[in-house]
Design a protein around this ligand. Sequence first.
Ligand SMILES: *Cc1c(COP(=O)(O)O)cnc(C)c1O
Length: 462
Amino acid sequence: MSETLPSSGSDVSSRHLPSVDRAVRTIEERLPAVPRPLLVRWVRRELAQLRAAGDSGTQEQALERLAAAVQRQAGTRLERVINATGVILHTNLGRAPLGREAVDAVRAAAGNYTTLEYDPETGERGRRGAYLEELLATLCEAEAATVVNNCAAALVLMLKHFTAGPRKGVLISRGELVQIGGGFRVPEILAASGAQLCEVGTTNRTAAEDYARAIDGNTALLLKVHRSNFWMEGFVESPPREALAALALDAGIPFIEDLGSGATLLSAAAAGATPEPTPAEVLACGADLVCFSGDKLFGGPQAGVIAGSAAHVAAIRKEPLFRAFRCDKLVMAGLEATAAAHLRRAAGEIPVVRMMGIAVHDLHARASAMCEQLGEIAGAVRIVETAAQVGGGALPQARIPSVALQVAPRQCSVDELARRLRNGTPRVVAYRVADTLRLDLRTVFPEQDAPLMAALRKALAP
Ligand SMILES: *Cc1c(COP(=O)(O)O)cnc(C)c1O
């Protein structure tokens, strides 16, 4: 640590502000994982702001403010958290965690050379993702399948491909012009793909005749988009897929569906009463292509799978954007292991599917054991029955009976307790209900029970 950091002249001009060097030395003890040049960058930026604000505190106060600001920046680092929200596919927490087999596959691919584009038989160049594509096609009962970085990319790729010619029109029901998560809006994706949006029907009711009337010489394709994060009930109508497929066939245009989440037989079974349509079911209804996410209900790494007609899939692989959107070896390794687990019906290997299926009495048993071990602080903790959600743009209606530890803190406010848990090691994300904090156990891995209790003890300490 002999290196001395330059401190610009203006640092000294604000009498009470510490030098960059002094601030960095103070802060780096608390944040040993952050590389020094990054700390210097943050400290410089914060110092400039303090200077601009004409800060008039003492040097110690300035140091504390700098440390707090830098700590906030450091909190944006990608770190593991315990998800006690009861939302299985939590968009902010990275949606699906991978299973052990998938993690092992990613690790092996990450730290080694691989057969990514190598044919061991001939010793020549092989096709990237050939085996994975066969797995996915089998799972979707499709002629062919391929995969790109995410489902949004898959949709853009299909739209670009089918609207590359003179026909630009894409027919879609007004009830499916949806926004999914932050920034994925179907009309904007269409516009960005160079397609012309042709709205059909009304928000709540669209009939096959609405599509039939809208088809003209400019129509390039018929698109259906799954309503992933909301549902409609009451005076609603949408035509059966078979009718849309027949219309498209008649008009000589493709019918494609964006399913959003990749429900398989495994996840459909785990979801119980309100399953999503599986890619195989939708293709069997006559869709030419479907796309879906590699995570969400599929439970693998984020990716966008395209499955259906072999001719269409082959043509899409030749699109220039396909190269831009292609997956790397880490994603492919994780997806290969996850797809194989689905085909083997190994629900236990896919955490998302496993978590949907845990019995409530198992959660109760874990909650009781935890309460017993929490000892003297258990007075603040009760076991309550809750409803977990799938979340993340899948099964919006599904509520899965669940069990939570409900904490009514005595030494601090609920918000303070939540803050302490979020900022502990490991970080724990819970949710607030009135004057209590709830930790839903459905999304907590059993091996996290002990660290969760330790975190709770620490956060509740006076
Ligand atoms: C989630 C979702 C997408 C986007 O998937 P990403 O993998 O996040 O790109 C697209 N369409 C629908 C219907 C979705 O639910």
